[in-house]
Design a binder for this molecule. Sequence first.
Ligand code: ADP
Length: 401
Amino acid sequence: MKILVINCGSSSLKYQVLEMSSDSSKVLAKGLVERIGSQNAGHTHKVGDNKYQFEKPIIDHTEAIKNVLNALIDPTMGVISSLFEIDAVGHRVAHGGDYFFKSVAVDDDVVAKIEKCCALAPLHNPANLLGIRAMAKLMPDTSQVAVFDTSFHQTMPDYAYMYALDYSFYEKYKIRRYGFHGTSHKFVAEKACKLLGMDINNSKIITCHLGNGSSITAIKNGKSIDTSMGFTPLEGVPMGTRCGNIDAGLVTFLMQNEGLDADGINSLLNKKSGLQGLSGFSSDCRDLVESMEQGNNRAALAIKKLAYDVKKYIGAYAAVMNGVDLIILTGGIGENSTPVRELICSGLDYLGVDFDFDKNTQSRGIDTLICKDGSKVKVMAVTTDEELVIATDTMNIVKNK
Ligand code: ADP
């Protein structure tokens, strides 16, 4: 079965075509359309090691998807001979509010509910809808599936997802914690359990997805019971350019003292904070670790703050689950950054972690245990693959239809 996976941002579109079966998957092509809406939009299309790049005006998402479909059937760089070969399209959708507990086949009712969630994710959901609508127009007979970043976290209990605000705001605006990166947390927990021969339905797992955006999740018996991101993806640990947890009083303090309006404070907290803000020169973990090793104190501060806050979440989630069996590190930083992994996992011996410093430094970008053989609590680096989750959910929903 061939599945097209679409991940639409406000001015970009990422895609993959995967050949899927119940026990294997293969990426046939993938690519990115950037600067949608401009005269010099960029389209990068990759098939294996071959890379094709174009720059041209692309006015909207429908046009972007047309370009993608043309590339897929192109005699030189294409991977299919006709669009009829695509069995279904899976869309990443940022916010499913409290409507969706799992991935669903797209119909008018689903579109209406995603629309209702636009207020909760104003940057992402409208773009996701543009992708769904453009696809429906261009390939009306092909099934579409929506896969939500939030749905895995819908199992959180109310005392974990509520903020201690006036309850009427929950009723009026649905203000509560939703959590994100759900596809990744679920995927790495299931994958690690399979690899380790653990029963996910009888397990306590803490997953740390550490990338440009980062979140930590407590997964008890296969269900998310708490996660660090909240109403928006700003809450939690410090990220590339997002501040993570701060005293809410700082919002009004900075607005008053820096003369910022709502857009100004939003931009400051989302785009000029986190690792970028603390270091003053980069949001990229690789740059910061390199500078830290050369003695740059601000880079060291940013990295130490990230690791310290992740460690605090691990302690908190072990507490709420009454223990932990497995800690998973994933995302670009979790999969690769051995110094950050070391800072996070050293000093967790009280919890039963016997971290293996050598194994840690020797393993990057692979699924591997980074604790000693007898460690009571296992620590594992696991590579994530959100596109594969979207393609798998899409295949399963279409097959069962
Ligand atoms: P996104 O959240 O955008 O999907 P990624 O999961 O790709 O991002 O993570 C990006 C982060 O991962 C960056 O901070 C980057 O520095 C870090 N990273 C990626 N590769 C490596 C590596 N080999 N060593 C250390 N850090 C890495």
